[in-house]
Write a protein that binds this ligand. Structure first.
Ligand code: ATP
Ligand code: MG
Length: 388
C-alpha cells in the first residue's frame, strides 16, 4: 500500500515532537487520521501517547494544561490558545452498564490502544516519524467504504451500545455501508441502546440525520433508530434536504403520527426543537404564488422560518424573496400608522385598537390598502363608519 504522509498543522506537530523529544511515542489518532485519508479537512486533532498523564503535564510544564479526564488518561494541552486532548495509550476495563468502562489500564503499545476503538476506520494512528499505524485494515475499509467493528461486533456492542448508533452515524456521514457482521450485531443488540445516556444518543443521531446518506440508514436500520426516536422516520427526500438539523428533523418526522412527542423525547437544544416544530406545523402549507400569499406567510411565521420552509420544501422562493426585497409590510411594526395615530384621530381605542390595526394589516397584505398614513387613516375611518 502506498505510503501516507499526513499534512499536520503546526499545533499537533509540535505536541508530537515535544512528547517524542521527552522519550514518549506519540501519534495523532482517530477521526483526524480517518478524515485526512479521505481527503477531508480534520475537525480537530486528538493525540495519543505512551506518556502517562503526569509525564504529559511535565513535558508541557510551560503550557496551561487541564485535567480533563485524568483517570481516563486525558490531559488537555493549551497550545497558543488551542486545546489539544492528549490521552495515554489505554485499554478499557470490563463493561457493566453498557456504556462506561469500569476501569482503564495504561499500556505501552499503540496497537493495544487502537484495539479498544470502535471501528477499523477510527482505529488508525499517525506520526510523521513513525508513519501510519493501521493494525485492523482501516485504510482498506475506508477505500471500500465500509464501517466494520474492531474485533467481534457482538462483543463490542455489548461493551458499549452507543457504538451501534455510531456505526450508523459514520455510514450516513460518509455514505459507507455497514459490514454484514457489524450490521447483524447492530440489529440483534439494538435493545441495549436504552441503557445509553440520552444526550449521547441525541448527539450521534443528530450527526446521522445530517449525513449525506441519512436516507439509507433510515431505510436499512428502522428498528435500531426506533430505539432512539419513538416514531417512524421517513427516509424519502432526506438526503436532498439541506443538512441542517431542524430541516432534517422536519423531513424525517413529517409523516410521524406525533412528531412533537418524538422531538420531546430527543431532548434537543431548545432552539432546534422549536424550529423543527414550527416547520412541521407548516410542512403542508401551499407554496406562496402571489405577493399577497408571500406576505401572509411572512406574517404568520416570519422571514427566517419562511425561508427555511422554502428550503425544506424545495420551493421556488421567488415570491418570498421579492416581498422581502421590496420591503413589503407583513407585520404591525411595518404599518405606516400605529395605535397612537389611530387613537389621536379618534378612530379606535381600547381593545378595538388592536383589532383595527390587524384589519388594516390584512388590507395591506391583501394589497387592498396602500401602506401610507393617509390611506390607512382613510381605511380606518371607513371601517369605523361601517361599524356604526
Ligand atoms: P468526529 O470527526 O465526528 O468527531 P471522531 O472519530 O473524532 O469523529 P469522536 O466521537 O470524537 O469521533 O471520538 C474520537 C475517537 O475515539 C474515535 O475516532 C474512536 O477511535 C474513539 N471512540 C469514540 N467513541 C468510541 C466508543 N464509543 N467506543 C470506542 N471507541 C470510541
Ligand atoms: Mg472527534
Amino acid at each position: 500500500m502506498a505510503d501516507f504522509a499526513m499534512d499536520l498543522p503546526e499545533g499537533p506537530r509540535a505536541i508530537l515532537e515535544r512528547l517524542e523529544a521527552a522519550g514518549h511515542a506519540a501519534y495523532v489518532v482517530g477521526g483526524c487520521v480517518r478524515d485526512a485519508l479521505l481527503g477531508l479537512a480534520p475537525k480537530d486533532y486528538d493525540v495519543c501517547t505512551a506518556a502517562r498523564p503526569e509525564e504529559v503535564k511535565r513535558a508541557f510544564a510551560d503550557c496551561r494544561t487541564l485535567d480533563t479526564g485524568l483517570t481516563h488518561g486525558t490531559v488537555t494541552v493549551l497550545l497558543a490558545g488551542t486545546p489539544f486532548e492528549v490521552t495515554t495509550f489505554r485499554l478499557d476495563g470490563d463493561y457493566a452498564d453498557h456504556r462506561h468502562p469500569d476501569a482503564v489500564a495504561f499500556v505501552e503499545e499503540v496497537e493495544r490502544d487502537l484495539a479498544r476503538r470502535d471501528f477499523t476506520v477510527n482505529a488508525m494512528a499517525y506520526s510523521p516519524r513513525r508513519g501510519l499505524r493501521d493494525p485492523f485494515g482501516g485504510r482498506a475499509d475506508l477505500k471500500a467504504g465500509c464501517i466494520r467493528c474492531v474485533g467481534e461486533p457482538e462483543r463490542r456492542f455489548a461493551e458499549d451500545a452507543l457504538r451501534i448508533l455510531r456505526a450508523l452515524r459514520f455510514a450516513a456521514t460518509y455514505a459507507f455501508r455497514v459490514e454484514a457482521g457489524t450490521a447483524r450485531a447492530a440489529r440483534d443488540l439494538c435493545a441495549s441502546l436504552r441503557f445509553v445516556a440520552r444526550e449521547r444518543l441525541t448527539a450521534e443521531f443528530s450527526k446521522l440525520l445530517c449525513g449525506r446518506a441519512a436516507g439509507e440508514a433510515v431505510r436499512a436500520f428502522p428498528q435500531v433508530l426506533r430505539e432512539v426516536v419513538p416514531a417512524p422516520l421517513c427516509a424519502e427526500g432526506l438526503d436532498e434536504t439541506p443538512p441542517l438539523l431542524p430541516l432534517r428533523l422536519a423531513q424525517a418526522l413529517h409523516r410521524a403520527p406525533d412528531p412533537d412527542a418524538a422531538l420531546a423525547a430527543l431532548r434537543l437544544p431548545k432552539a432546534d426543537a422549536k424550529v423543527a416544530r414550527e416547520l412541521l406545523r407548516h410542512y403542508d402549507d401551499p407554496r406562496p404564488e402571489t405577493p399577497a400569499q408571500a406576505r401572509a406567510l411572512l406574517r404568520e411565521i416570519g422571514p427566517e422560518r419562511a425561508m427555511e420552509l422554502a428550503r425544506l420544501r424545495a420551493w421556488e422562493a421567488g415570491e418570498l424573496e421579492a416581498a422581502l426585497r421590496r420591503g413589503d409590510a407583513y407585520s404591525l411594526k411595518h404599518l405606516a400608522v400605529g395605535g397612537a395615530e389611530l387613537k389621536r384621530a379618534g378612530l379606535a381605542e381600547g381593545p378595538a385598537l388592536g383589532r383595527r390595526l390587524q384589519a388594516l394589516l390584512d388590507g395591506v397584505i391583501d394589497g387592498n390598502i396602500e401602506n401610507t398614513a393617509p390611506a390607512l387613516l382613510a381605511a380606518a375611518r371607513a371601517m369605523k363608519e361601517e361599524e356604526t
